[in-house]
Design a binder for this molecule. Sequence first.
Ligand SMILES: Cc1cc2nc3c(=O)[nH]c(=O)nc-3n(C[C@H](O)[C@H](O)[C@H](O)COP(=O)(O)OP(=O)(O)OC[C@H]3O[C@@H](n4cnc5c(N)ncnc54)[C@H](O)[C@@H]3O)c2cc1C
Length: 267
Amino acid sequence: MYDIVVIGSGPAGLSAAITARMRSKSVAVISNLRTGSGLYKAPKVDNYPGFPAISGAELLNKFSLHAAGTGAEIIQGRVTSILPMGEQFGVSYGSEIAAAKAVILATGVVQTSLFPGEEALLGSGVSYCATCDGMLYRGKKVCVVCLSPDAEEEAAFLESIGCEVVRLTTKNIVINGEHKVASVTADGVEIPCDGVFILRPSIAPATLVPGLLTAGGHIQVDPRMRTNIPGIFAAGDCTGAPYQVAKAVGEGLVAALSAVEYLAGAK
Ligand SMILES: Cc1cc2nc3c(=O)[nH]c(=O)nc-3n(C[C@H](O)[C@H](O)[C@H](O)COP(=O)(O)OP(=O)(O)OC[C@H]3O[C@@H](n4cnc5c(N)ncnc54)[C@H](O)[C@@H]3O)c2cc1C
């Protein structure tokens, strides 16, 4: 059980992890590959104090080394759900679940519009995690919407356990079915199937955490980076513009301090 699990290893998440470790909290940062951060793609960052003309990848590397050096555990994985379990949270990634007393969301901007039918059939044939739910479809036909770097690995896993897999790479998807998935329409072609695995690099915050308040795709927070769910905090691009490193780092710090305060009250 960790005191704090941070989702996302961009500037906001790593800043939060560093501050939480300074306050002696046990911290895990669970994140996609570093290349998933917007910062990794910045050829040159000119407005982060102290590091003029540094490349985004180099700055991110420095943040990452700093966070790891404080003792934060950096775990590679795509988080698929965060669920309250009594006084703690269960953070699912791959086939694993990490338990945390508090969670900080630092997932960056998620430009994800859901496919028609996706929300209504989530858990009734729609899944975001082959490793978690694959066994339910053994011997059955499933569509895999391959939009994330790990999608091929997940599709191959489904085949290895005996699923008939149809790989789809289009975003023109409609999921059909009354109470459970009956078929997927991809680029106008209907494919009968028992399930559909949608593998995106990111998952919309409100899908990740049921009941989380968002507006315009951004997580709603108060000035102390508290969300509407006690024990869950958010920082960085996921809370809204300006999408800038300095803002993300500052919010990460505030979120960590608020999480530490929450943990003190929770004792
Ligand atoms: C080309 C470009 C140039 C830029 N130039 C500048 C600049 O010069 N100056 C500046 O200040 N800002 C710049 N930015 C913006 C800056 O990169 C962002 O503001 C900053 O990276 C936001 O940090 P963050 O931690 O909130 O999110 P991110 O850096 O996006 O990190 C979020 C991380 O969370 C991971 N993640 C998301 N969902 C999940 C999940 N479900 N499970 C596991 N991991 C997940 C993502 O893969 C990613 O690694 C630039 C951005 C781009 C794209």
